[in-house]
Design a protein around this ligand. Structure first.
Ligand SMILES: [Zn+2]
Length: 253
């Protein structure tokens, strides 16, 4: 099994959202990441990043949220283009796992029309709430005809222990991480927004965009336990770590 790290766009936000002690007006650059797994039983994509249209007209898709979550995305910086660099079409993806349904994590779902979507049942419920757009959920991102597998707990996707989905709620009700066991590169825990930037884990700084702090604390403890067992934690939006990861054409095996 191989893991490729793909860009799903980039955002700019006020830094104090993630690190509350940061000065007002200080801006942080947040890479958006997606991960392709080439497993003998199929191609699995973890998160689909931002929709390509937000590179040119973010408010058309995200409304007023685009003023707080500002895309800083070059034309063509999206997961579909990244897959093309690997000679893959969206139709080559068999499974899409959404860590959660915020607009920067499932924005390209519509392109993966041959895939089955895996998402936590509590996340779907949150995305269906009446005021969902205020919470970062947009139907255009996630409401499509593809079959959805609603997960409710740990899922070993291919029944071989290589890709295990782990509920890590807190940032959102159904946030799900992915624990990959790679033969040479070792275990990698893709934490998504359970740990957006490194300081949220290492210094236990609680970001402001956490829906449930008690659940988040429990998820952080679980992530630390997995890290202690030897896994590399891949943060959701940490620029320095992102810059050091291998690019799409390279891979972790
Ligand atoms: Zn999020």
């Amino acid at each position: 099994m191989k893991m490729h790290v793909l860009s799903g766009g980039r955002l700019r936000m006020e830094k104090h959202i993630y690190l509350p002690e940061a000065a007002r007006g200080e801006i942080i650059d947040l890479p958006v990441s997606c991960f392709l797994f080439r497993h003998p039983q199929g191609n699995l994509l973890f998160d689909t990043g931002c929709h390509p249209s937000v590179a040119v007209n973010p408010e058309a898709r995200w409304g007023s949220l685009a003023r707080a979550v500002v895309p800083a995305i070059g034309i063509g910086d999206n997961v579909v283009s990244e897959l093309r660099r690997l000679n893959l079409m969206p139709s080559d993806i068999d499974i899409v796992v959404n860590s959660h349904l915020h607009c920067d994590h499932c924005g390209c779902n519509e392109f993966f029309s041959k895939a089955t979507i895996y998402v936590h049942a509590d996340e779907l419920a949150a995305a269906r709430e009446p005021d969902m757009e205020r919470n970062g959920y947009f139907q255009a991102d996630w409401k499509h005809p593809m079959p959805i597998v609603e997960i409710t707990g740990e899922v070993d996707v291919f029944d071989d222990g290589r890709i295990v989905l782990l509920p890590l709620p807190g940032h959102t009700p159904g946030l799900t991480g992915l624990l990959a066991s790679l033969p040479n590169s070792g275990a990698h825990l893709l934490a998504s927004d359970a740990v957006a930037v490194r300081e949220n884990l290492v210094l236990e700084i609680i970001p402001k965009n956490i829906r449930n702090r008690d659940l988040h604390a429990r998820s952080l403890a679980e992530i630390k336990r997995i890290e202690k067992s030897g896994a590399t934690v891949v943060y959701g939006h940490h620029l320095a770590q992102w810059s050091a990861l291998k690019t799409a054409e390279e891979c972790y095996d």
